[in-house]
Design a protein around this ligand. Structure first.
Ligand code: GLY
Length: 305
């Protein structure tokens, strides 16, 4: 058994490891870990601690993928809901659909027993409004929210360069290879914006025959390049894991127009290998790793692309 997750997974990674050690199925173990990340206010890119959209409303995205069956459950732009990874899992288990968004996703959350959560921290509200005040004229502030938002979405960037998420990927000879994601998305995003975290093939993909990949940071790029699926398809075509990730990086590097930023690819193969590669994200990027041979999870540096 091997499981990797990005650094933001710290509040929940030990939970996932404990669940896996005690024999839980991998998706359930990863969702239990992600639930802790979603509830942790210090994680400023996922769940309760995340940043709101341009209107000051929290909208979260999440997904799960079962690599044995290639079933997917995903939710996007979900209001008032902390545990969106669990909600995505319920979509996979209970509906004939792959993805729900917005009000429909919230309605389904109520049907499956998830509470209506207050998702906006006082600090997030303050930072959101302070930034708008520096961008809008007094007349626009008076009229807000009835002002054009598109110019703002180009002018305002993330307060902590957080275009991030949490991703978990697990691989086990018996239990298969699976992926799960959760995020509050890009701060001050245009209302209704979906990132890559709910999009199969972009922010995550898993196929127990070959491997899995999941991405953090600029979803606007991985959605254009089908980054996670590129990794798994390259594995299927016989590339090594290192080469498969290199191919996905090459595709990202070929983008020259549109919104460009960094991406981190977290990938595993069906032979027990893993690669975490940083393509143009500033600063040191780290990830969590645990495998059967390790007593404790370790935080390791990602490779530079
Ligand atoms: N990778 C997370 C997002 O773009 O929302």
């Amino acid at each position: 058994m091997l499981v990797i997750a990005n650094a933001e997974a710290w509040p929940g990674f030990p939970t996932t490891v404990e669940r896996l050690k005690s024999g839980s199925d991998s998706l359930t173990a990863m969702i239990a870990g992600i639930s802790r990340v979603e509830a942790e206010p210090k994680v400023r890119s996922v769940g309760y601690g995340g940043w709101p959209n341009m209107l000051g409303v929290m909208e979260c995205d999440a997904a799960v993928m079962n690599g044995d069956t290639r079933e997917v459950g995903a939710v996007g732009a979900v209001p008032d809901t902390m545990h969106v990874a669990a909600l995505a899992h319920a979509v996979m288990q209970r509906l004939p659909h792959v993805m729900l968004t917005g009000a429909g996703a919230r309605r389904f959350a109520t049907e499956v027993g998830l509470p209506v959560d207050n998702m906006l921290l006082d600090d997030s509200r303050r930072v959101w409004w302070d930034r708008l005040q520096t961008e809008l004229s007094p007349a626009e502030l008076e009229a807000f929210p009835d002002v054009p938002l598109a110019p703002l979405s180009r002018a305002i960037t993330d307060p902590e360069r957080v275009r991030d998420t949490t991703v978990f990927v697990s691989a086990d000879r018996m239990r298969g290879i699976h992926a799960a994601t959760s995020t509050s998305g890009w701060a001050w995003k245009y209302p209704g914006r979906l990132g890559d975290s709910p999009i199969p093939g972009a922010g995550y993909y898993a196929d127990s025959r070959y491997g899995a990949a999941a991405c953090t940071h600029t979803g606007e790029m991985t959605m254009r390049c089908s980054t996670a699926h590129t990794v798994v398809l390259a594995l299927k075509l016989g590339r090594s894991l290192e080469d498969a990730v290199a191919l996905a990086v090459e595709e990202l590097a070929d983008l020259s127009e549109g919104f460009l930023g960094g991406v981190v690819i977290h990938a595993v193969d069906a032979h027990g290998g893993h690669e975490v590669v940083n393509f143009r994200c500033p600063g040191e990027i780290r990830y969590w790793l645990w495998s059967d041979e390790m007593a404790e999870p370790e935080l390791r540096p990602a490779k530079a692309a």
